[in-house]
Design a protein around this ligand. Structure first.
Ligand code: ATP
Ligand code: CA
Ligand code: CA
Ligand code: CA
Ligand code: CA
Length: 577
């Protein structure tokens, strides 16, 4: 299997050309986002007990230097897959694109049998082509028998001659498996069946006749009104929240991969093309560089990512919908990568100043380069820009699961600090958490056990939940020994300090929480005890690293110590500091 992808490919993909052949980058704003509120919502005013000192977060943003350019806002156009990805998948690329050895000699011995039915021709009558991509072409067809008799369908035809590597074959296998498992969501293309013969694989699905979202964007001269952009965003987030909950990351979200069912203005939008999708366990990181350049998340380029990478791509789509231009743009692929990693998107030029602050905040919360600070799909649906515009039931959010695991493993000291921080959450923030709590099925007297975390997922699980091993993960959570949680402690367990930190109001949250902690919990603590609580090993020079954590006047935890504690510490992070 892996024989075909030797060193050259590995080296190629590691040395992504994020180098100096950059000509133009989008205009950067060095001005820090005037973001409002919580990661999930805009603020309801915090009691102004505390003066905001110049924000900790106002450090200058690293950005690529401004250049003079003719077109700071190039309009959207179809996105190409990343070259390294194509090289890996196909074993070779066109001359000039990359110097990858031909993979064709490895083709001998590749198993191209999928176990699909061979009876395609007797079931469907192929019609004209309706679309084309890198991996195949799509035709319309008519059902000849069975339940689809007389019905128009779409057939994605993937030639086996194009499957020149084991990776490419595995991709097709996974595409069908994921589509089959996830189908049924109203914003996901309906899958019907898969066939194969010696030449091709045929994926039969619902025919979407309204065209690609990209074409709609172009038709409208690039711009959507906020109202229309919201309708698109809600549908994208709904299907992506669903995928993520099942442990599937799409990895190729872009306007070309969303189709309208009909030409009707109110046509639903459907996600297609799971050709690059993969399973990801909530505590796993993927490392394959996959996707399309304009939409790729910074952490994908750094080769360590999870479902948050899709949220970045959705941020890019939202940016394009609202202003008609790409947030990260350059003429060369390496230039785009550099912009993605370093540049801040432009929110200064028209139409941004005239858009609603909620809309701007929404996009910024998705285009945060730190994936830990980015909104999840379920949270994005609760963002004030969208929350009033849909009736969707917010789905369970896997971030709640990841956070409770870390919470339970934390020291009691950190738990009490988080409890204080949870008391500073505002009403809209609590609404999201209340929904997540309710999804866990609390008992009559308002408690959830670790077992509830598993039960909630089992209700919505599909074949994909098993294949992605999300079920293993939630099983592990359900086996953690911990007391039942009431809503108050649930909030402490489920709040993300990173996401809170991304907000303008972070300093106020932290100050207020420290004040509450002072009243309720702060006590004299010895450095040795603190070190034990934090689980620091004997190699850590605790009197040096923890010195500032203690207030010298009375020996209690200092504000700095409190904030560090909130973030959680390990011997490793301390030694780096
Ligand atoms: N169900 C469908 N109904 C109508 N058209 C479709 C359908 N599925 C795909 N198409 C059209 O075919 C095109 C190619 O399909 P798809 O994106 O799945 O192929 P691909 O080879 O994986 O492409 P890519 O190069 O983007 O990876 C789509 O952009 C779309 O225009
Ligand atoms: Ca296309
Ligand atoms: Ca596609
Ligand atoms: Ca594809
Ligand atoms: Ca995998």
């Amino acid at each position: 299997m892996g024989l075909c992808h030797g060193k050259p490919i590995e080296q190629q993909s590691k040395n992504l050309p994020i180098s100096n052949e950059i000509e133009e980058t989008p205009k950067n704003s060095s001005q820090k986002a005037k973001s409002s509120g919580f990661p999930f919502y805009s603020p309801s005013p915090l009691p102004s007990l505390f003066k905001t000192s110049p924000a900790v977060s106002s450090s200058s943003v690293s950005s690529t230097p401004l250049r003079i350019f003719k077109r700071p806002f190039p309009p959207p156009s179809p996105a190409k897959h990343i070259r390294a990805l194509l090289a890996r998948r196909h074993g070779s690329v066109k001359p000039n694109e990359a110097s990858i050895p031909e993979g064709s000699e490895c083709e001998v011995g590749l198993d191209k049998k999928f176990g699909f039915s061979k009876q395609f021709a007797s079931h469907y009558e192929i019609d004209g082509e309706v679309g084309r991509g890198h991996f195949g072409y799509t035709c319309s067809a008519k059902g000849k028998k069975g339940s689809l008799k007389g019905q128009d369908v779409a057939v994605k035809v993937i030639p086996k001659s194009k499957m020149t590597t084991a990776i490419a074959i595995e991709d097709v296998r996974r595409e069908v498996k994921i589509l089959r498992a996830l189908t049924g969501h109203k914003n996901l293309v309906q899958f019907y069946d898969a066939f194969e013969d010696d030449e091709n694989v045929y994926i039969v699905m619902e025919l979407c006749q309204g065209g690609e979202l990209l074409d709609k964007i172009l038709q409208r001269g690039g711009k959507y009104s906020e109202v229309d952009a919201k309708k698109v965003m809600i549908q994208i987030l709904s299907v992506v929240a669903y995928c993520h909950l099942q442990g599937v990351v799409h990895r190729d979200l872009k306007p070309e991969n969303f189709l309208f069912t009909t030409k009707d203005e109110s046509s639903p939008l459907k996600a297609i093309d799971f050709g690059l999708s993969d399973y990801v366990r909530p505590d796993e990181r993927l490392n394959d560089i996959v996707g399309s350049a304009y939409y790729v998340a910074p952490e994908v380029l750094h080769r360590t990512y999870g479902t948050e990478a899709d949220m970045w791509s959705i941020g890019v789509i939202a940016y394009i919908l609202l202003c008609g231009s790409r947030p990260f743009w350059a003429r060369s692929e390496s230039g785009i990568f550099r912009a993605v990693l370093k540049a801040e998107p432009n929110f200064e030029e028209a139409p941004w100043p005239s858009l609603s602050p909620d809309a701007v905040d929404f996009v910024k919360r998705l285009l945060n380069k730190d994936y830990r600070k980015r909104l999840t799909a379920a949270q994005a649906l609760c963002h004030p820009w969208l929350v009033g515009s849909h009736e969707l039931k917010i789905p369970s959010d896997m971030i709640i699961y990841k956070l409770v695991k870390v919470y339970i493993m934390s020291s009691s000291l950190r738990k009490s600090a988080l409890a204080a921080l949870a008391k500073t959450l505002t009403v809209p923030q609590l609404t999201y958490l209340q929904e997540q709590f309710n999804l866990l099925g609390p008992s009559k007297n308002g408690y959830i056990s670790m077992q509830n975390y598993k039960t909630a997922i089992l209700k919505s699980s599909t074949e994909a939940t098993k294949d992605s091993r999300v079920l293993d993960f939630v099983h592990m959570i359900s086996c953690l020994q911990y007391k039942k949680l009431d809503f108050e402690e649930f909030c402490a367990s489920a709040l993300s300090v990173y996401q809170l930190e991304a907000m303008e109001t972070w300093e106020q949250h932290a100050r207020r929480a420290y004040e509450l902690y002072e009243k309720d919990g702060n006590r004299v603590i010895m450095i040795e005890e603190l070190a034990t609580e934090l689980g620091l090993g004997p190699s850590v020079p605790v009197h040096v690293v923890l010195q500032d954590w203690i207030r010298h006047s009375d020996g209690k935890l200092s504000f700095l110590g409190f904030v560090r504690l909130l973030h959680g510490v390990s011997s490793r992070t301390l030694q780096k500091a």
